[in-house]
Ligand binder design. Structure first.
Ligand code: B12
Ligand code: SF4
Length: 461
């Protein structure tokens, strides 16, 4: 048996990186494992929940990387290759910048593993590993995806949430988001039968937790195709599921799907509001439509006992100093269960990155700072320091004890889930903003020392 070691590296400063409350499983590597041909023994190490054992051996190492974990991924890859172990990099960041990644790896998989990974393994076994693997023009169909084997995570101290995907792709193509570029500009749905089969195979977490059977549908929008969504939501009923998923705010416009969400155990929907300004909305190219005010939309969702995790981005070119208080007032007034804030981040592979680069506004290419809680570009109506300070303040205030009560008091959705989640956020946000205060906030302007993919910030243990 050959040994495959798959690694999810730690994002050193990300709010959702290593905090206990965000120990969430990595679906990416389960999918790579599922696509691995037989004859290989697969081991996964997720640095979020366990250290990488020193001197660990393998015949082939695969490392996944988002932008904020890229430096760490490169440092690990370099150290394995120094020991003579071949390394393959994959995931969103290496796919966006394959040439950069190739400086640290024997091979790079550009795009989705399915369809490419079995070929790579066959080439590796034949001693003919190629430098890059990428899909021909069409992205793979999602029918027949090999199911994730959750028993690979049986010994990991993750929170008891299973990640499942029903769809990939997004046609909305927001300027700051890499999803359309990466997963394609149309929704690809998995056959409902196959998703149900995957739900049946989920490996249960042990009994220490109050809530069991929680599933997070990682799709970017559970409303991708309404006929599909109706069928899917109807058929997952009766399994005792409790689930969360991303949805566009137009969910509130669809009473039938709202009712199906409620009946199938939906605890909360994650909605990317991004901004409360119509001008900004047009600027980022978001084409979603809603026939009512956001406040009414949230009320409609709440009326169905479903919580709202709303996310907002600060730092758009139209944002001024007033954006912070306007957003905070909104999340308090609408009694949002979990507000989430991000600093606009120009990820490689997005139109925003190209524009910021063309306009000479990037302040840093230290990828570890691309975690949406650091300012890595020069905003227009705010200084980098104002943006950083406003973001830190809003996050702290949204999770102050007073705000927490104001938001959760009187809401009807799953308090046994949202209260601990809020306490988790409160603790993580306080740690993060304290770290920013002690100097890990706005990066110094780029001066050539912060090279792309500079691994200095994440030494290998
Ligand atoms: C679930 C999710 C999370 C979860 C879990 C993350 C995890 N480690 O799996 C949580 C909530 C923890 C999270 C956190 C964050 N996330 Co997130 N997340 C997602 C989401 C919604 C789904 C990810 C997923 O499971 N997709 C399904 C899997 C199967 O796809 P995949 O990961 O791309 O993997 C496929 C390929 O990439 C490839 N592949 C991947 N790895 C490898 C490795 C090898 C060796 C090979 C061969 C192939 C390969 O094969 C896989 C199967 O086809 C995506 C959006 C999206 N649509 O992808 C955002 C997304 C990945 N997140 C993003 C961001 C920015 C973050 C945060 C920084 C947010 C924050 N504000 O803090 C943090 C960083 C956390 C960290 N690493 O420390 C961005 C990443 C952008 C970028 N260029 O880096 C995305 C794309 C969202 C967006 N719209 O911009 N996230
Ligand atoms: S931000 Fe959301 S809606 Fe916009 S392109 Fe990305 S996934 Fe689609």
């Amino acid at each position: 048996m050959k040994r495959l070691l798959l690694i999810s590296p730690l994002a050193p400063t990300s709010l959702l990186g290593k905090d206990f409350f965000f120990r969430l499983p990595c679906l990416s590597l389960l999918k790579v494992a599922a696509a691995t041909p037989s004859g290989w023994e697969v081991k996964i190490i997720d640095e979020k929940v366990e250290p990488l054992p020193a001197g660990i051996e393998a015949d082939l190492v695969g490392i996944t990387a988002m932008t904020c974990t890229a430096n760490r991924a490169y440092a690990l890859a370099d150290s394995f290759r120094q020991r003579g172990l071949p390394v393959v990099l994959g995931g969103m960041h290496p796919s966006s910048l394959p040439d950069e990644a190739l400086a640290h790896a024997d091979s790079v998989v550009v795009g989705e593993a399915e369809g490419l990974w079995p070929q790579l393994i066959a080439d590796f076994e034949a001693g003919a590993l190629q430098r890059t693997y990428r899909h021909a023009e069409r992205l793979p169909t999602l029918a027949g995806l090999p199911p994730a084997d959750w028993s690979l995570y049986a010994d990991k101290r993750y929170l008891p949430v299973h990640f499942v995907e029903t769809t990939r792709g997004c046609p909305l193509d927001c300027e700051f988001c890499a999803v359309t570029n990466f997963f394609g500009g149309r929704y690809r749905n998995r056959p409902v039968d196959e998703v149900l089969d995957e739900l049946d195979r989920l490996h249960p977490f042990d009994g220490r937790f109050i809530l069991k059977n929680v599933v997070f549908f990682v799709d970017d929008n559970i409303l991708s195709n309404r006929a599909y969504t109706r069928d899917f939501l109807t058929r997952i009923q009766g399994r005792g599921l409790r689930w969360l998923g991303h949805a566009s705010v137009s969910l509130a416009d669809d009473p039938e799907i709202l009712r199906l969400c409620q009946a199938s155990g939906c605890m909360g929907v994650l909605i990317g509001f991004e901004t409360l300004s119509a001008e900004t909305m047009r600027g980022i190219g978001n084409k979603s439509r809603l026939r009512m005010e956001y406040t009414d939309a949230i009320q409609k969702i709440h009326d169905h006992g479903i919580g709202v995790d709303g996310s907002f981005v600060f730092g758009f070119d139209t944002d001024d100093e007033g954006v912070f208080d306007r957003t905070l007032d909104f999340v308090l007034k609408t009694k949002m269960e979990v507000p989430y804030f991000s600093i606009l981040t120009p990820y490689p592979g997005t139109r925003l990155y190209e524009r910021m680069e063309a306009e000479g506004r990037l302040l840093s290419r230290d990828w570890s700072l691309y975690d949406t809680s650091h300012v890595v570009y020069r905003p227009t109506r705010l200084s980098p320091e104002q943006l950083q300070a406003g973001y830190d303040r809003v996050f702290r205030e949204a999770y102050s004890v007073g705000s927490l009560f104001r938001r959760l008091w009187g809401t009807t959705s799953y308090k046994n889930f949202f209260l601990p989640m809020n306490l988790g956020f409160r603790s993580a946000v306080r740690k993060m903003t304290r770290a920013h205060h002690s100097g890990n906030g706005v990066p110094a302007p780029m001066n050539g020392s912060a090279r792309a993919g500079d691994p200095r910030r994440s030494e290998v243990r």
